[in-house]
Design a binder for this molecule. Structure first.
Ligand SMILES: Cc1cc2nc3c(=O)[nH]c(=O)nc-3n(C[C@H](O)[C@H](O)[C@H](O)COP(=O)(O)OP(=O)(O)OC[C@H]3O[C@@H](n4cnc5c(N)ncnc54)[C@H](O)[C@@H]3O)c2cc1C
Length: 500
């Protein structure tokens, strides 16, 4: 399979021009490239990707067991059927994305090892000038583009987030962040502590438990998990009936989305009942005697943080077998042998894994300027979580947290392609979102309502993100079920879009 970029023979001093430039070749960037080729044929475009290959999240993360935490019927694209078990490994997801690239001849459009460093808009030329640095040679590359499609994800790929604990340097063992998993890490028969309670910890623990002497999940506070068989019944039945995979994909997506909608509504309408459903499923694995109240009962309402799916209850099976255990406590400091907890107990370890999350990175560490003036996205108001007031010809893909990210990749792509077609038909060279007269007294709020959704990396980085308004047009509402109807109905002649 030839999915590497074509050989780039341009001189470092030349400026190449493309109608559209895509930042990143993760699931969003590859999706954007597919939709451009199919919905806007004839549009010239390039995707610049900092890493050596496509995949984004699924290339960066190489820790044992790395897998999706939501199903691939909805994390996969709507246009490419997912044909195996719904929770998938990084390798399976990369194979799927590789097939999309190959089947649609997208490889010639992707340049790897190109880190975008700056993006500067000129109103005189109605163009973005994008500078990139080749990570292999250090060469600078310059591009101009009419439209910048930012698919660079939401966290910094080069390093994960590790809190500063007291005396970390005293620990004699190895400290590892899952985002930088060392190839030589030998954990066989070692005592391992995994700090964290999110999807990464829940994936790592069952994947390592059989090889380690013991693995302890050390969490400050518990998280909700969903669990069940790694299978979707309706997909299995349709497959038995030899229904075409395209149909199976669509029907299974609809079923999953229908069920998820019902569950999400329940978390708002009847949070206690939703909580009970989640906790009973955990109890079914761990038994009545296990202290679920301490270790698996969060203090917040379900869905205020992402709920990872635990296929076949493997995390709980690891705990039940005694190979893994959970400690819910706070770290006072590190010691030579491990960590000292606030309760006074010391946990000893050979390896400590800090599954403590990401650094939010809203702009891909790209330096932005509009007509020579540095752009701070925090000074803008978002148009539906994808465009920004005062920022011309730019769309940003920020997916869903309560549903699969990729659902929004497809929706945003439909919108961009419709917008580009509209601009072509009307001869418009630029489109800039702006608040309409009726929006001027609208209170401006932080990007996300912490009452609604509040993971640590969002809370730590909220000041860097654009503002949200109260009206649906001026926020990312995290609601696929509303947006799937609202996005196709967006009136491109609305006063929120200023064309030039
Ligand atoms: C371990 C893990 C599991 C997850 N599982 C799920 C799941 O099951 N379901 C779900 O919905 N979500 C999941 N997520 C969230 C996940 O990150 C997104 O759903 C999705 O992969 C994001 O895709 P993306 O293409 O937008 O961004 P990314 O995957 O982050 O890819 C962005 C790409 O842009 C590149 N890039 C960034 N900045 C620049 C720059 N300046 N110049 C050039 N290139 C740049 C990066 O190198 C990267 O390749 C998971 C996240 C993690 C970390």
């Amino acid at each position: 399979m030839n999915v590497q970029s074509q050989i780039d023979t341009t001189s470092p001093h030349t400026t190449e021009h493309f109608d559209v430039l895509i930042a990143g070749a993760g699931i969003s960037g590859v999706g954007a490239a597919y939709h451009l080729t199919t919905q806007c044929p004839g549009t010239s475009f390039v995707a610049l990707e900092a890493q050596k290959t496509f995949g984004g999240t699924w290339t960066t993360h190489r820790y044992p067991g790395i897998r999706s935490d939501s199903d691939l019927h909805t994390f996969g694209y709507r246009f490419k059927p997912w044909t195996t078990a719904p929770i998938a490994s990084a390798a399976e997801i990369l194979k799927y994305m590789g097939d999309v690239i190959e089947e649609n001849d997208l490889a010639p459009h992707i340049r790897y090892q190109h880190t975008i460093t700056s993006a500067k808009w000129s109103s005189e030329e109605n163009l973005w000038t994008i500078e990139a640095t080749r990570t292999d040679t250090g060469e600078k590359r310059r591009f101009t583009t009419n439209f910048f499609w930012m698919c660079q994800g939401y966290y910094r790929h080069t390093e994960g987030y590790t809190p500063e604990w007291k005396d970390m340097a005293k620990f004699k063992g190895r400290i590892v962040h899952p985002q930088k998993w060392p190839e030589d890490l030998d954990y066989k028969n070692k005592r391992v502590i995994v700090i964290g309670s999110g999807a990464t910890a829940a994936t790592l623990i069952p994947a390592m438990a059989n090889d380690c002497a013991h693995v302890t999940m050390l969490q400050r506070s518990p998280t909700y998990f969903r669990t069940g068989r790694n299978a979707i019944e309706i997909a299995e039945q349709l497959r038995q009936l030899q229904v075409d995979e395209t149909w199976i994909h669509e029907i299974t997506r609809r079923k999953i989305l229908f069920d998820q909608d019902a569950f999400t509504r329940k978390t708002f309408a009847e949070p206690e009942a939703a909580k009970k459903d989640l906790l009973s499923a955990v109890e079914a694995y761990l038994g009545k005697d296990y202290d679920i109240a301490t270790h698996f009962t969060p203090k917040y309402r379900p869905w205020r943080q992402r709920i990872a799916f635990i296929p076949d209850g493997d995390l709980f099976q690891g705990i039940k077998s005694g190979k893994a255990s959970v400690v819910t406590d706070e770290i006072d400091r590190f010691t030579e042998k491990g960590v000292l907890l606030k309760s006074g107990k010391e946990l000893e370890a050979d390896i400590i894994i800090t599954a403590t999350g990401f650094h939010l990175c809203a702009n891909g560490d790209i330096e932005f300027a509009i007509d020579g003036k540095p752009l701070d996205f925090a000074d803008t108001v978002t148009y539906r979580g994808m465009m920004f007031t005062g920022v011309p010809n730019l769309v940003w893909v920020f997916g869903y947290f309560r549903a699969s990210w990729t659902l929004r990749v497809d929706l945003v792509a439909d919108f961009v392609c419709r917008l580009l077609t509209h601009m072509k038909q009307t001869g418009a060279k630029k489109v800039t979102p702006q608040l309409r007269p009726e929006d001027h007294n609208m209170p401006l709020l932080p990007w996300i309502d912490p009452e609604n959704f509040n993971p640590g990396y969002m809370m730590r980085g909220m000041h860097l993100l654009p503002k949200r308004g109260e009206k649906p047009e001026w926020q990312h509402n995290q609601d696929y079920w509303a947006e799937k109807d609202e996005f196709p109905a967006i009136d491109l002649k609305d006063k929120a879009f200023v064309y030039g």
